[in-house]
Design a protein around this ligand. Structure first.
Ligand code: FAD
Length: 304
């Protein structure tokens, strides 16, 4: 597919960067996959609103943070990627709440919270995504989840309208978030409510969590964190390891020897290698244990 197409956008009023045939390997932590037909990195929230207001009807949109939970197939994404990281970056106190925009990374948020005498945001430090991606996934670890900390969110509609929604308007579960009345909206920001507490302890916890992660996860090789959701009452990694799949590879994709629920790119993996390995792991685990694993990673785009 030739991704280059004449711009249908009225670019004169825009302050951000519009690009074409954007290589999604540069915007996903797996460092694999195809191109996005168009990509827009807004200058700020107001600029993103202007962009959305003049969007051609029917244009497919995909919000992307740090791409740390995303596989874009080798045939690419027909539509526009909205790049939030490096764009929606505001992070400040708002009364006793933290106002954080969708493009802010987890580690920055955790450190900002500790610096402002708050506890309970330490877990964000090890999640290499943005607030927007963490809201979309209800990302979490070590017993904490993103939405436990959310008082309300600011969302953008497809038409560029900015709205506020309370956490109660969403259906929230393990790695699952949905608006009760489904519609196409993007997370622009959130107000987080945290407890004040022993900040030195929070800082120590941040350090400890980082060390724990580098001891147990293959952080030197491109990956997307846990590939599968944990099944009810079990651990995907244990099941995969129990089936003898550690080290199994297809093309440049390999089940990590360090953490069985991680698939690493050993250098030249295509998105198809990764997806085929996901499917192979799923089939073997089902065959050997009767348990069906479901991917946590989002897979989008066209096959080549
Ligand atoms: C080494 C490693 C460790 C990890 N550890 C954890 C962990 O402990 N716990 C955990 O939960 N996850 C973990 N992950 C997975 C990943 O970091 C999280 O899912 C994170 O929330 C993804 O954020 P992102 O900004 O990279 O989202 P992306 O990968 O860019 O996007 C993920 C999904 O969110 C959507 N999205 C992104 N931004 C927005 C927005 N503003 N509005 C609406 N939708 C949006 C995208 O369209 C996509 O569907 C890990 C990943 C890696 C690589």
């Amino acid at each position: 597919m030739n991704m280059s197409e004449p711009a249908q956008f009225k670019t004169e009023a825009l302050r951000g960067e519009l690009s074409f045939d954007a290589d999604m390997r540069l915007h996903t932590s797996w460092r694999a996959g195809g191109k996005a037909q168009r990509m827009y990195r807004p200058a700020d929230l107001a600029d993103l609103q202007v962009f959305l207001r003049q969007l051609p009807e029917g244009e497919a949109l995909l919000a992307v943070g740090l791409g740390s939970n995303l596989l874009v197939r080798d045939g690419g994404f027909r539509g526009t990627v909205l790049l939030m990281h490096g764009a929606l970056n505001e992070l400040r106190m708002d009364g006793n709440l933290i106002y954080v925009q969708a493009g802010v990374a987890g580690a920055k948020l955790a450190r900002f919270a500790a610096a402002n005498q708050f506890c309970g945001a330490e877990f964000f430090v090890g999640i290499p995504g943005t607030l927007g991606g963490m809201l979309a996934m209800n990302a979490g670890c070590y017993g904490s989840e993103t939405w436990q900390k959310v008082q309300r969110v600011q969302v953008l509609t497809r038409g560029g309208e900015l709205l506020e929604r309370n956490a109660g308007e969403y259906e929230i579960a393990y790695r699952h978030v949905a608006l009760r009345n489904t519609s196409e909206e993007f997370f622009a920001a959130a107000w987080l409510q945290l407890e004040t507490g022993d900040v030195d302890a929070a800082r120590r916890e941040i350090k400890l969590l980082m060390e724990k992660r580098s001891a147990s996860q293959p952080l030197q090789q491109p990956n997307a964190g846990s590939v599968f959701r944990n099944p009810e009452g079990g651990h995907a990694a244990k099941l995969i390891e129990g089936c003898g799949l550690k080290g199994k590879s297809i093309g440049g994709a390999q089940v990590s020897a360090k953490h069985a629920n991680f698939i690493v790119n050993t250098g030249d993996a295509t998105a198809a290698d990764i997806e085929n390995l996901i499917n192979a792991v799923q089939a073997t685990v089902l065959q050997q244990t009767g348990i069906e694993l479901h991917p946590e990673v989002r897979i989008i785009g066209d096959m080549k």
